[in-house]
Design a protein around this ligand. Structure first.
Ligand code: ATR
Length: 278
């Protein structure tokens, strides 16, 4: 039985062991998946040790995604675009591969699970940290009309926009100029919250006019109740509010596929997690 796992710090609330154990059962794969809390300065040595001891693959979460990016011998295109790695495995030659499945996870959750096509949509992304960088290329590859990035620290939004301009139409806007942008162009089709603000129950200062009656919102965070951001969007009259639980399961399914070559059915797993959170 090969061993798999997720490295993070903290890690106790991780749903990855539940998700991957359900995937393994569903696809009749013999594997063991556990969560490991890794000391900050022990990441590289822990990865080596894991793969030496019958390790088949690892997920990597906060705060180690950049360290995993640095450590990998080879990166997939989407991992090098993301500047971060959430999935590791060894090839036949013993070389360490790094991939990033977060972006496809987000796009699949929106387009496949919720049947919402991103094509030709006007998208606003709030935030410009690691989580947002990880999803920019896959979002742009879904050929939206445009992506506007706004962030508390505007320079980071500008940097991100310039980094991804070859993938499609992406521009940075100050949070303070969003209201006048909406006045000329109308509300956005989709607003994605990629900030860590909702973790602390906070919201970036956003004008309600961003949200129209047809506007969907997506919070990359999730919780048992509507996130602060989604509650705000609902109160502002938005159409549909989605949270990051589906993204979590979809990125896991893509990692599972990297390791085992089998794509699990995500729907029953999402349903089960939703039940457990009630
Ligand atoms: P992550 O890996 O979760 O993306 P990160 O790289 O530290 O973490 O990025 C956090 C993001 O959330 C940033 O866009 C950050 O804004 P700054 O770049 O200005 O720091 C944003 N963020 C965090 N707390 C916030 C808050 N209270 N209000 C608005 N934005 C916040």
């Amino acid at each position: 039985k090969k061993h798999y796992g997720v490295f993070g710090n903290p890690i106790s609330h991780s749903k990855s062991p539940t998700i991957h154990t359900l995937f393994a059962k569903q696809t009749q794969q013999q594997l063991q998946y556990d969560a490991f809390c890794i000391e900050i300065d022990q990441f590289n040595s822990s990865v080596s040790e894991f793969f030496t001891n019958n390790g088949g693959g690892l997920n990597v979460t906060v705060p180690f995604k950049e360290a995993a990016f640095q450590l990998a011998d080879h990166l997939t295109d989407r991992a090098s675009q993301a500047g971060a790695v959430n999935t590791l495995w060894h090839d036949q030659q013993g070389k360490l591969w790094g991939d990033n499945t977060d972006g496809v996870g987000l796009v699949r959750d929106i387009q496949k699970n919720h049947n919402y096509s991103l094509q030709d949509k006007r998208i606003l992304v709030i935030g410009a940290g690691g989580a947002v960088r990880g999803v920019m290329a896959p979002l742009l590859e879904a050929t939206p009309q445009s992506i506007t990035v706004a962030n508390r620290t505007h320079e980071k939004a500008e940097l991100l926009a310039s980094l991804f301009q070859t993938f499609g139409s992406v521009t940075a806007q100050k949070l303070s100029s969003l209201a006048s942008l909406v006045q000329s162009d109308g509300p956005f089709d989709l607003v994605v919250n990629g900030t860590a603000a909702s973790l602390a129950g906070e919201l970036p200062p956003l004008p309600e006019s961003l949200i129209g009656p047809d506007t969907w919102t997506y919070d990359m965070m999730y919780g048992p109740t509507l996130t602060v951001f989604n509650q705000w969007a609902k109160d502002a009259g938005g159409c549909v509010q989605l949270d990051g639980l589906g993204m979590l399961v979809e990125q896991a399914a893509e990692s599972f596929y990297c390791w085992r070559g089998i794509r699990p059915d995500t729907q029953p797993v999402i349903r089960q997690l939703l039940c457990e959170m009630q």
